[in-house]
Design a protein. Structure first.
Length: 293
């Protein structure tokens, strides 16, 4: 049910309604904000927040994204799942929000009768949650995944060795620090040896839990028949770990080069796209892709 309303005017004069919504999930009330254009398209976007975040997002990214998409005619719902922001209930992780997403989907279609299909948009473990949920509703026809979370201890160790330590060896500042005596090589060597040990694949008996996130992500993307846009930050270990996963096997390589999948890297961006330039690039990429098919 609607709780409040307001209007936002873009630079071209388009009126976008900002409507506060309250809707049930099990025995809890969830709260969200619907950005509704005056003439909404039939394809909307549900923003799936990553934890621990709420519907505004880091650096107000989700708020700004919703307004930018709505100004292109795309209706957008961003909401707090149970235990986050204003919503009731106990906190839960990205693997436990399926009922919350179902409730948000039902409310979105009820609030915007013009809707026919949706794109799920998520950052970090919100991206992973979106991918895991995408096959549960045939009205979900697209995914926008930013820096998907596929964390394992070996994966993180390999990404750190490959992308952090090797980058330091190519950095002139590192060698100046070494020559000036400000670098402690024994401490760094111990850290590298620990990472090298952690980077080894787990024994077969213990592999199940450690490989759960990557395997579930692969299976979810393999089953999904819609379109996928992946946006990766160049300066982020979570993104690096996902990119390394894509090159780790023939199956992942085949999946990553499929005809319905597009991938873009923003070379300088960090994990949460902290600068306005990066947030604007993400919004532009998302809007152009969503309206291109």
């Amino acid at each position: 049910m609607p709780a409040a309303a307001g209007d936002h005017h873009d630079g071209a004069g388009m009126i976008v309604e900002q409507r506060a919504l309250r809707f049930p999930c099990q025995s809890s009330w969830l709260f969200g904000i619907l950005s509704l254009p005056a003439r909404p398209r039939t394809r909307g976007v549900l923003i799936v927040t990553g934890g621990p975040q709420y519907r505004v997002g880091s650096h107000r990214q989700f708020t700004l994204l919703a307004r930018a998409l709505a100004e292109r005619g795309i209706p957008v719902l961003r909401f707090d799942y149970r235990g986050m922001g204003d919503s009731e209930g106990a906190p839960r992780n990205y693997e436990q929000i399926g009922e919350d997403l179902d409730s948000a989907l039902a409310q979105f279609f009820s609030a915007v009768p013009q809707l026919r299909e949706l794109v799920l948009w998520g950052l970090c473990d919100g991206a992973t949650a979106a991918a895991l949920h995408a096959c549960s509703d045939p009205r979900i026809r697209g995914l926008v995944l930013l820096n998907p979370w596929v964390r394992t201890a070996p994966g993180l160790a390999r990404a750190t060795l490959r992308h952090y330590y090797l980058a330091r060896l190519r950095d002139p500042a590192f060698w100046r620090k070494l020559a000036g005596g400000a670098f402690r090589p024994l401490q760094s060597l111990r850290s590298m040896l620990q990472l090298a040990g952690a980077a080894r694949p787990p024994a077969a008996a213990a592999a199940g839990a450690g490989q759960n996130a990557p395997q579930r992500m692969y299976e979810a993307l393999s089953r999904f028949q819609g379109r996928v846009l992946i946006i990766l930050s160049g300066d982020d270990l979570t993104a690096r770990e996902f990119a390394d996963l894509q090159t780790s096997s023939p199956a992942w390589r085949k999946l990553s080069t499929g005809p319905l999948l597009r991938q873009v890297q923003l070379a300088q961006a960090n994990h949460t796209f902290a600068r306005s330039l990066w947030r604007d690039q993400v919004a532009q990429l998302s809007a152009d892709w969503i309206t291109s098919w």
